[in-house]
Design a protein around this ligand. Structure first.
Ligand code: FEO
Ligand code: CA
Ligand code: CA
Ligand code: CA
Length: 658
């Protein structure tokens, strides 16, 4: 490794691990100090079920995880018989040539929309990875960005209020809008240097982030970017709307009256039943810094209690925007509340490029990883969300109105409802704790009876009600029967007081992460739930066929398959992977579908309505250095590796995962 690539690696490790710092000073403990380091899944499952049988308050919902009320509706009975039967990648195959992604022999992939692709044909020049040049900020604003992460495919004929997903046989499998998050790119990757030297550099760094809305069409076997009035780039400088209980709060206004601009660090995502895209703002704190007015950081900067809880510090993650763009200077009195404008879930209409992306404040402000929505019997929705930091929490939002009624009344189902944080009890049940100023004197007093202030500081509210500290909650996805899978990616340093050993996070250190499955009473509406540890990744790592670590992206399909994308050091010389589980079988066994390239992360997951085409992202390949990969170009071409999307199909045109 050259010095330069070591520095590159170091910077990237810092960025990757920013969630590994904790900013939760609360003394929240879960219910007991269960110092059982070697919990097996079986043990926990048994404990959970035993506990659930006596303690769960909604007996009808305590049935097994697989009572299968979706069976009748399932069109693909053949797929169900052989739920996950592709030939998995052996360790040998998976580690042979790591300069490009490797997929199971039963599958093939096409690479689309690498960083720098014009957002539609002719929009601007393409950036092709020339190590000696970078796009201009203006070009970047018309190109697909970097840091591909969460995404969703919206089939062309869907925007009619119909439910997305399982029964979408009227929707196109060949044409639609792909929404893709651009989480981040390091300065060295994007700018070719460690720090910006001008406002133009900062604008370039800002314009490669945000979201791309790209029109795709399949011609014969190939997916192409095509022109569409719906195509657009949303960046750090795109006008935004605020909606919901905190929209009018003075805490979201600045003394200079600047309008709300931009979305930052767009990590995971989720679709809504009404056909929109939700993008989640994660490590927003890292783009702010406090300057001393002389071009350096303010060494005496002291964050407020609220800023500290969200991890704001004088140099952020070192992006250096604050030196050229005052919006990101925590010391600038004109922009005292700018930092409150980030950390939200943002709703985007993939079929209307004139729509203002809208920050839904009822969902609370934290480091939103991703969001997964389920629908209860009466049409109300429950949205599940993780806050990715060591020792932070799991959340859900329940809408006040059935979503169709809200839409019919011209309201957003996401603007009115109740936000909760999760407490996991040792007996395999848990409670959703309302984050509502009317719920307790403590909340009322802390937030002066102001629900807007509470939502802007949702982490502090969750501290107060006693939510359970978790090992970095990443994605959520809806499994069978309104169950929810949560990835907890890892927590390798619990001994510093951040993160604790508790029944839901039993390992210390938790180097490999785990997956939890929960199920709420009343199909998502209830405030009690049952939970189990679905899998501790540590139990897989010695077996060459199953070894995986650091679960992150998650997608459960309606047939019972669970796709997990990993982000972090994999065992046995593997690169990051997509593994697939049959959640209907007894013991979870990960099967290896795909492996990536050095220093990348495999994330995001979307499919066409027929489930025969899937999209998955290769994020920060090689950390921007061509030393080990020039993905998507061949190794040795020396181009800068670029984030891109893989379009995956089964050679026999089967359903993905089969
Ligand atoms: Fe953006 Fe927690 O991953
Ligand atoms: Ca990551
Ligand atoms: Ca992630
Ligand atoms: Ca991660």
């Amino acid at each position: 490794m050259t010095d330069e690539s070591q520095i590159e690696q170091h910077i990237q490790d810092e960025l990757d691990d920013s969630e590994n710092q904790s900013s939760n000073p609360s003394a929240n403990r879960s219910f007991s100090d269960v110092l059982n380091k070697h919990f097996t899944r079986r043990k926990i499952t048994q404990g959970s079920l035993a506990g659930a049988a006596t303690a769960f308050v909604a007996p009808a919902a305590v049935a097994s995880w697989d009572d299968d009320n979706q069976k009748k509706k399932n069109k693909w009975s053949k797929a169900k018989r052989n739920l996950v039967d592709f030939e998995p990648l052996s360790l040998e195959q998976a580690t042979a040539d790591q300069s490009l992604p490797t997929i199971s022999n039963d599958y093939e992939y096409q690479v689309i929309i690498p960083w720098g692709t014009p957002i539609e044909p002719g929009a601007t020049e393409a950036y092709l990875g020339d190590p000696d040049s970078r796009p201009t900020s203006d070009q970047a604003s018309k190109q697909v960005g970097i840091g591909h992460d969460g995404m969703w495919f919206f089939p062309e004929d869907q925007n009619d209020g119909k439910r997305y997903g399982a029964y979408g046989y009227k929707m196109s499998n060949r044409k639609g809008m792909l929404c893709v998050n651009h989480e981040f790119g390091s300065n060295s990757h994007v700018l070719g240097k460690d720090a910006p030297e001008s406002l133009e550099d900062v604008r370039l760094a800002q314009n490669v982030m945000g979201v791309s809305v790209v029109a795709l069409e399949k011609e014969y076997k190939n997916w192409n970017v095509v022109s569409s009035p719906n195509s657009r780039r949303i960046t750090v400088n795109t006008p935004m709307a605020f909606s919901g209980p905190a929209a009018e709060s003075p805490l979201l206004q600045n003394p200079n009256g600047n309008i709300a601009l931009g979305t930052i660090n767009n990590c995971g995502s989720g679709p809504t039943p009404w056909g929109t895209y939700l993008t989640c703002e994660e490590n927003f704190n890292g783009y702010f810094g406090a300057t001393d007015g002389n071009g350096g950081p303010d060494q005496t900067f002291t964050p407020t209690e609220e800023q500290a809880r969200y991890g704001f510090a004088n140099t952020g993650f070192g992006y250096g925007w604050e030196y050229f763009d005052k919006r990101f200077d925590l010391n600038d009195p004109d922009y005292v509340n700018e930092s409150n404008r980030f950390g939200w879930v943002v709703e985007i209409d993939p079929f209307d490029a004139t729509q203002k992306p809208t920050k839904r404040t009822a969902l609370g402000r934290f480091k939103h990883e991703a969001i997964a929505i389920t629908e209860a019997k009466d049409g109300r929705i429950a949205a599940y969300m993780g806050d990715d930091q060591r020792g932070d929490y799991c959340y859900k939002f329940v809408s006040e109105l059935p979503w169709r009624d809200a839409i019919a009344a011209g309201k957003s189902p996401l603007d009115d409802g109740t936000l909760y944080a999760a407490r996991f009890d040792d007996d395999g049940t848990g409670t959703w704790l309302a984050l509502d100023v009317n719920a307790s004197d403590a909340l009322w007093q802390r937030f002066n009876g102001d629900q807007a202030e509470l939502l802007i500081n949702a982490r502090i509210a969750a501290d107060i009600v006693g939510a359970t500290k978790m090992d970095r909650p990443e994605w959520t996805t809806i499994g069978r029967n309104n169950s929810v899978f949560w990835t907890l990616t890892n927590n390798n340093r619990k001994d510093d007081g951040q993160g604790e050993v508790n029944a839901a996070n039993p390992e210390n250190p938790n180097n490999n992460g785990h997956i939890i499955r929960t199920r709420d009473g009343r199909r998502g509406l209830g405030t009690r739930f049952k939970w189990e540890i679905y899998l501790l990744a540590s139990t897989t790592i010695e077996n060459p066929d199953t070894a995986f670590s650091a679960p992150d992206a998650a997608y459960a399909d309606p047939f019972g398959r669970l796709f997990i994308g990993t982000d972090g050091g994999q065992p046995l010389g593997l690169q990051d992977q997509v593994v697939v589980f049959d959640t209907r079988s007894g013991e979870p066994v990960p099967k290896r579908l795909l492996v990536g390239v050095p220093s990348d992360e495999l994330t995001g997951w979307a499919t066409t309505p027929d489930y025969r085409t899937a999209f998955v992202n290769v994020q920060h390949p090689g950390n921007g250095s061509p030393t080990a990969t020039s993905f998507p170009d061949a190794f040795g071409s020396n181009t800068i590796p670029r984030d891109a999307t893989l379009v995956i199909t089964k050679k026999d045109n089967g359903i993905i995962g089969s």
